[in-house]
Write a protein that binds this ligand. Structure first.
Ligand code: FMN
Length: 327
């Protein structure tokens, strides 16, 4: 089985970490393990797998996140993912949305550890790449450590290559997915305790890690950390951690260089019929210093959203990018 470096991971984020966003993120960090948005196993098995699994080789190492609760369907979807070249298959046991809850998967699977273990076992039988789970620490009133540890014990027994923990409980009914990423308190301590109790388990901590110092402090004895919103809103953070953790000689790339690479990418994508806006909408975080950021965002929403916008249009923003931009 391939051994993946999980020190730095970028979280699966629906509508955000599509293939264009991942290509953009990769320019900041050659080493981070990137994740797709959650793809529902049934959609993959019965739908247009070629389109759903499309990615650029430059995005590797890249994990495919699946949503579902039917072991056989998940196994079939995992097989499609492995055949398409993904480096890992991850099962979503953390999404609290109603749509997902009605499909009886995502976070509500925290209450069904035996079923999750079965799903993992079937997926492992189906593929030779690592199978992992991303979960919460609990669900609704069950946010005690004992509940979390019992869930992990059952799932780990099925042989996961790693467990990624969004370290807060999910509240189903009452809180929106956005509130579910903000309101339930963070319990990073649960994940550190679990690592102490089960040092052989590969553990990645996720949730509320907003800057390089916090990420470094929290990594501690864990196998890695996963960044979601901070990576999306401030991708330069990925370059800072790349330099700190993987390659001290790699100075974070200038925004001009990233822009030029994205123009090249957008040109290739234009030939496939992709509109500039589908790509540039993920690039808001390229500039974060206050003055520049406002001008950059305005540029992206005024100019780059025009139907006739061409990739080269992005070069018109070079003067904005040359402002001091690092926060
Ligand atoms: C817009 C958005 C979409 C998300 N979609 C997914 C998803 O598809 N699968 C998943 O496991 N988590 C999803 N999440 C949760 C993130 O992966 C992550 O667990 C959460 O944002 C906490 O990490 P953070 O504090 O670093 O952002 C999403 C988060 C956001 C902001």
């Amino acid at each position: 089985m391939t051994s993946l470096d999980r020190r730095l991971c970028v979280a699966p984020m629906m509508d955000w970490t599509d293939r264009h966003c991942r290509y953009f993120h990769r320019l900041f960090t050659p080493h981070a393990l990137l994740y797709t948005e959650m793809i529902v196993a049934a959609a993959l098995v019965r739908g247009d797998a070629g389109r759903l699994l499309e990615h650029d080789p430059a995005e590797q190492p890249l994990a495919l996140q699946l949503g579902g609760c039917d072991p056989l369907e998940l196994a079939a979807a995992a097989r499609l993912g492995a055949a398409a070249g993904f480096a890992e298959i991850n099962l979503n046991v953390g999404c609290p949305s109603d749509r997902v809850k009605n499909g009886s998967f995502g976070a509500c699977l925290m209450l069904r550890p035996a079923l999750v273990a079965q799903c993992v076992a079937r997926m492992r039988d189906a593929v030779s790449i690592p199978v992992t789970v991303k979960c919460r620490i609990g669900i609704d009133a069950r946010d005690d450590y004992e509940f979390f540890a019992a869930f992990v014990e059952a799932v780990a027994a099925a042989g996961i290559a790693a467990l990624i923990v969004h370290a807060r409980a999910a509240i189903l009914g009452g809180l929106s997915p956005k509130e579910n990423r903000e309101i339930p308190p963070l319990r990073h301590d649960y994940v550190h305790r679990l690592k102490r109790e089960q040092p052989q388990l590969c553990l990645v901590l996720n949730g509320g890690l907003g800057d390089a110092a916090t990420a470094s402090a929290q990594r501690g004895a864990l196998d890695g950390i996963m960044l979601g919103r901070a990576a999306y809103h401030r991708p330069r953070l990925l370059a800072e951690l790349e330099q700190a953790w993987f390659d001290p000689a790699r100075v974070p790339p200038e925004p001009e260089r990233i822009l030029a690479a994205m123009v090249g990418y957008a040109r290739r994508e234009r030939d496939k019929g992709v509109r500039l806006h589908s790509i540039s909408r993920h690039m808001h975080g390229l500039v974060v210093a206050q003055d520049g950021a406002r001008a950059w965002r305005r540029f992206l929403s005024d100019i780059a959203t025009r139907p006739d916008a061409e990739p080269e249009t992005l070069y018109a923003a070079l003067p904005i990018l040359r402002l001091p931009w690092a926060a």
